[in-house]
Design a protein around this ligand. Structure first.
Ligand code: ADP
Length: 485
């Protein structure tokens, strides 16, 4: 490498199926949207490749076509380069694959049947860019593929002509593996020779995520603890052996949160407060109680903002509620999901009227008011690759009560005599993840809340915990630099 090359800005092609602020269904979008901004000051320029879902093309400024194929999995496709939402974008315009009335992945709760081809197309286009196939000749140093939707990109790179471009695949949730029947191998432009147990074959199917895991130069996931958990059968969801075999290239990098969007000192939904002046939080609490139709709550007011699914441990709350309410606690829930869990929470709100209330739905503004007014946030997940709500809780001094798993274990320091003496604790943690564990955690929360000096100290320490993107961006930059040489 020439000396002049060492100082040039280096390039990343980030390939994702969703990205804030353009399209979001989950945490992957937050990461894909936040990383480019955090990496820029570290000398890494990121270009983000996304499918051109409806309306995305009209959002882009100065769009120019830089690549095309007459028949990409059944129709014409082109890449449009431009800017939108503060990001440098390459949008894959392929109307036969992406111009649909439903969501990014399906409609009416059903996945699109051609999802394997839709995201293979995204991955193919990404590999073509890495191979220098655009009219601009732009090539990345690193191709960064997010989740199964981009999992075939490192595979196409590996099976194509040598490029020198290094690839990284990030697992945001290993539950989604991108399966396709073996008969679609040739249609997906994958070589027969790759369809082996060491390659992209997965119990007789093709797995796009596995393809990424076996062909990428490095694998990351969204927390160090989840990285370790992924090699175990309880968490690996069938891919634990594949992950274990590549553990030398695996690292966990904890996500950050957007500290401008989640800022108690400048949140338009609440009365602003800070670590120096927590007083307005009391008024926010009173407003939240009123908004949820709750009465006086003498103990801690806990909140829960979540998808209501088995993963999130929602069933454990029903089993721990009576003891918590008896100690003076209250609970405000915002979420939607599994009808059985919604019904169970509605039942709790009936039984403990005035102390427990639930709002079924998805409401970002309300979630801000809940973090602004709640005393504690519950996150009793059975598994949690990273988790965001515990970090919002830290930032808002809304003490996180979390299961010791995945990113929850990496972002919250539980309260024990030792961590309190060291002034290190930032929340309450519990394990094993069962009803008895959550009940003990809620009892500890009540004890802490009953002692105003301890409580205020804990809440303030939570607010000072680092939750931004700086550390994660440095870790990704170091990983890229190690690969690119
Ligand atoms: P997951 O991606 O598994 O759902 P995360 O904690 O990583 O879990 O991210 C969930 C995100 O969605 C958080 O930003 C959380 O605040 C938000 N969220 C979940 N449910 C709701 C809801 N009902 N209303 C508003 N925001 C919600």
């Amino acid at each position: 490498m020439k000396d002049s090359d060492k100082t040039r800005t280096r390039r990343v092609l980030s390939v994702a199926s969703e990205c804030v602020p353009l399209v979001k269904t989950g945490g992957l979008a937050d990461v894909a949207g936040a990383l480019p901004k955090a990496l820029a000051p570290l000398g890494w320029a990121v270009r983000t490749m996304l499918p051109a879902y409806p309306k995305l093309l009209s959002a882009i400024e100065g769009g120019t076509e830089v690549w095309s194929e007459a028949d990409l999995f059944g129709g014409a496709a082109r890449l449009i380069s431009g800017r939108a939402g503060g990001l440098d974008l390459l949008l894959l315009d392929a109307p036969h694959l992406f111009d649909r009335a439903g969501g990014p992945y399906g409609v009416g709760g059903q996945d699109y049947p051609d999802n394997p081809e839709r995201f293979a197309a995204l991955s193919w286009a990404a590999a073509s860019v890495a191979q220098g196939g655009t009219t601009e000749g732009w090539r990345p140093d690193i191709l960064h593929a997010h989740d199964w939707q981009a999992g075939l990109a490192p595979a196409y790179l590996r099976y194509g002509p040598p490029t020198g471009v290094k690839s990284v695949v990030t697992i945001h949730n290993i539950a989604f593996q991108g399966l396709a029947p073996a008969g679609r191998l040739a249609g997906l432009r994958l070589p027969y020779g790759a369809f082996t147990p060491e390659g992209i074959e997965y119990y007789g199917n093709i797995s796009a995520l596995k393809a990424g895991l076996v062909t990428a130069d490095a694998i990351t996931t969204v927390s160090p603890t989840y990285a370790a958990e992924l090699t175990r059968p309880e968490f690996g969801m069938g891919l634990q052996g594949v992950v274990a075999a590549r553990s030398a290239t695996l690292s966990g990098i904890l996500n950050g949160i957007d500290t401008d969007v989640w800022n108690p000192e400048a949140d338009p939904e609440i009365l602003p407060y800070s670590v120096r002046n927590l007083k307005p939080k009391k008024a926010n609490r009173a407003a939240l109680l009123a908004e949820f139709g709750l009465g006086e709550v003498p103990g801690p007011l806990a909140i829960l903002v979540s998808r209501l699914t088995h993963q999130k441990g929602i069933d454990l709350i029903a089993q721990s509620a009576s003891g918590f309410v008896a100690r003076g606690g209250g609970l405000a829930v915002l979420g939607s999901g599994d009808p059985g869990l919604e019904a169970a929470l509605r039942g709790l709100a009936e039984t403990y009227r005035g102390r427990i209330a639930i709002h079924i739905g998805y409401d970002e503004a309300l979630s801000h008011r809940m973090f602004g007014g709640g005393d504690a946030v519950l996150v009793p997940s059975r598994f949690e690759p990273c988790g965001l709500t515990q970090m919002y809780g830290l930032r808002y001094g809304t003490v996180p009560v979390v299961a010791l798993t995945g990113g929850l274990a990496d972002s919250v320091i539980g309260t024990s005599p030792a961590t309190e003496a060291a002034q290190a604790s930032t929340g309450v943690t519990f394990t094993p993840v069962d009803a008895a564990g959550l009940s003990r955690a809620l009892a500890q929360l009540c004890d802490l809340y009953a002692d105003p000096a301890r409580w205020t100290a804990l809440s303030k320490r939570a607010m000072k915990a680092p939750v931004g993107w700086d550390r994660a961006a440095r870790d990704y930059a170091a990983l890229y630099a190690g690969l690119a040489g």
